[in-house]
Design a protein around this ligand. Structure first.
Ligand SMILES: [Zn+2]
Length: 132
């Protein structure tokens, strides 16, 4: 497990790698999160990858976590509904946003970017012929 040094973008405190149960009681015992040292005063955290312990993005407060989840849900409809593969959907998003591949991760997006994703996905899905 790698421990990376990251700081909270909201308050500048250190982020600590802790069991996800510390922030989400329903989390599984092997799940980990990077959480602001001032939690819960500062409500910012981000999940860590199980395989390597690296953060999945930047620390996010509740409104930003919600937006990222919403953006993920919007994009995942692309492959859940069979319009494209997951890989193609991320490639599509990358082109729409004009971002390099390495930066096209919803876990790194701001609320503004998430809104853009949700809007773009809505336009795409709205333009598809409805399944009979
Ligand atoms: Zn903080």
């Amino acid at each position: 497990m790698k421990h990376v040094k990251i700081t909270c973008p909201y308050c500048g405190s250190k982020a600590l790698l802790r069991p996800a149960k510390a922030v989400r009681s329903g989390a599984e015992s092997d799940e980990k999160v990077y959480v602001c040292a001032r939690y819960p005063v500062c409500d910012a955290y981000v999940a860590a990858h199980r395989e390597n312990g690296l953060p999945m993005g930047t620390l996010a407060d509740r409104p930003l976590r919600r937006k990222r989840q919403e953006a993920h849900r919007a994009l995942s409809r692309f492959w859940e509904c069979g319009y494209m593969s997951r890989k193609e959907a991320y490639r599509w998003l990358q082109i729409q946003l004009g971002l390099p591949e390495a930066e096209t991760h919803i876990g790194h997006f701001s609320e503004y970017r998430c809104e853009q994703v949700i809007r773009l996905c809505g336009h795409f899905l709205g333009a598809q012929p409805q399944a009979a």
